[in-house]
Design a protein around this ligand. Structure first.
Ligand code: NAP
Length: 488
């Protein structure tokens, strides 16, 4: 039997960008699921904000459609929607803010969460107005969606401006990868067992791979994406955060700063990649026309309608962490659009046994691998060598032990946003990025972007539906290793 989750205290959650894709597809469903599980008190309120001239009922109709399409039960959706309100506001204009401030100010004892699910260029305006109306006081918190800037300088500008209104302890920079069950499970596996930690170092780990692959292209988001690219969109935030969870030293506790201090040390230990070595350690790609899920699809430049763009839709990086634990262990990172499969995974590949006692006819002695799958389904598998059962002699087989146990416990995997939104209400920032982490990540990423820009070279083309440019395969194969290909 599973224990019922504990309710949080009553809150007002304001979603700036309440009609946007993220709010409708992720945030409202996450809140609905936590409501159905009894974690959200009935006196809480969810207030959507956007410029569109809707009233409460208009917004609820919008939300009802999305929630029911998402499998929500009609009567429970209707109950949840009693908590949902809407205000039409332009974040850049004064009109409507008095009314909004009165609405929020009416519940001074509530936790107030301001979720900025808008383009980052509105963050400063929104925070300044929240400050002017003193809505930043008491139990107020602000949630910042990625991207936080496009380089260290612009990230600092945003963080400085937000920091003038909200303390660091009130600021929650969300990276939804950290809210995934598998990432929590990585902490439990590493620090809740004696088995792994003694092996978790350069002596026993050969290398680590982190892949975030998407089958989709940029589609309607080409305009936004062209200013970002794969390194800014995926590597600087999500992939580096996953790398930190794999590589950090055991924190002294799970307190927010203990965990984030250890992650910061990893980010600061990343070996610099700049114009002197980026050609050896990074591969940039851009997709051309090809096929995705059996359909022919256009190339990036055709979608963008600009044939000069050098923005990368694929990147592979060989990263290294310069400290005692990880010296000499490569972390191969790759992400891309229009790849053959949608998959996000961390693969920890252990070293081979030092000496084989088996006859070659017994089969290949494969290396142990721990595969943490974050998408499309979350699971953890440990690959081990066993003897093939039966009397047919000693034949070796490589099999995977399923270590995720969600089915065994009869638990449905919650979406990462469900956990993270309630952590914000509880005021627990453990799974959110501290300002110095964001800065350290940009400090590593900026010279790579600079080296690419200075080279003047275009990204390497790859056909949609393939695993990126052949140079990305060469990046790992010239070290005598291969990208993980088990799709189990
Ligand atoms: P979106 O669909 O374009 O939605 C933007 C929202 O902001 C809309 O509700 C829009 O409504 C509102 N808005 C725009 N200008 C405004 C203004 N001046 N005042 C008040 N509201 C305004 O964007 P999204 O995809 O939801 O993304 C939101 C943010 O989350 C972005 O920073 C994005 O990078 C980030 N993010 C998104 C996803 C995702 O899966 N979508 C994932 C990770 C991060 P009106 O036009 O009616 O004002």
């Amino acid at each position: 039997m599973t224990a019922s989750p504990l309710p949080v205290e009553p809150f007002d959650l304001v979603i700036f960008g309440g009609t946007g894709d993220l709010a409708v597809r992720k945030l409202l469903p996450a809140l609905y699921h936590r409501y159905v599980d009894g974690q959200i008190p009935e006196t809480s309120r969810v207030i959507g904000i956007a410029r569109e001239g809707l009233d409460d009922e208009g917004y609820r109709a919008h939300a009802r459609k999305a929630l029911q399409e998402n499998g929500g039960d009609k009567s429970k959706v209707d109950d949840f929607l009693k908590l949902v309100h809407y205000r039409s506001l332009d974040a850049r204009k004064d009109e409507g803010w008095d009314d909004f401030a009165a609405l929020i100010g009416g519940q001074p004892d509530h936790v107030r969460v301001f979720y900025l699910s808008t383009s980052p260029d509105l963050f400063v305006d929104i925070c300044n107005r929240l400050g002017a109306y003193e809505l930043n006081k008491g139990k107020a918190r602000v949630v910042l969606e990625k991207p936080i800037g496009r380089d260290l300088k612009s990230a600092n500008q945003i963080n400085d401006a937000v920091g003038r209104v909200f303390d660091e302890s009130q600021t929650f920079r969300i990276d939804h990868y950290l809210g995934k069950e598998t990432v929590q499970n990585l902490l439990a596996l590493r620090f809740g067992n004696i088995l792994f930690e003694p092996l978790w170092n350069a002596e026993h780990i050969d290398h680590v791979q982190i892949t975030v692959a998407e089958t989709l292209g940029v589609g309607q988001r080409a305009g936004y994406y062209d200013h970002a690219g794969a390194l800014r969109d995926m590597v600087q935030n999500h992939i580096l955060q996953l790398l930190c969870m794999v590589a950090m030293e055991p924190p002294s506790s799970l307190s927010p700063d203990a965990v984030r201090d250890e992650k910061l040390k990893v980010l600061r230990s990343l070996k610099p990649i700049d114009e002197s070595n980026s050609a050896q350690l990074t591969v940039r790609g851009q997709y051309r026309a090809g096929a995705a899920e059996g359909q022919s699809v256009p190339g990036y430049l055709d979608e963008l309608k600009d044939h000069k763009s050098h923005t990368e839709t694929f990147v592979a990086v060989k990263a290294e962490i310069a400290n005692w634990r990880w010296a000499g262990v490569p972390f191969y990172l790759r992400t891309g659009k229009r790849l053959p499969e949608r998959v996000s995974e961390i693969v920890v590949v252990f070293k081979p046994v030092p000496h084989s006692i088996f006859d070659p006819s017994a089969g290949v002695l494969a290396q142990n691998r721990l595969v943490l799958r974050l998408q499309p389904d979350e699971n953890i598998k440990l690959w081990v060598t066993i003897k093939h059962p039966g009397p047919g002699g000693l034949r070796l087989r490589h099999v995977s032990l399923d270590m995720s146990f969600a089915e065994a416990f009869g638990v449905q995997q919650p979406d990462a946003y469900e956990r993270l939104i309630l952590d914000v209400v509880r005021g627990n920032p453990t799974l959110f990025m501290r300002r110095d982490e964001v800065e350290a990540a940009w400090h590593w990423a900026d010279p790579i972007l600079g080296a690419w820009a200075d080279s003047g070279e275009a990204p390497r083309p790859y056909t949609s539906g393939t695993w990126g440019p052949s140079a990305a395969v060469a990046l790992i194969e010239r070290d005598g290793r291969t990208w993980n290909e088990d799709s189990e």
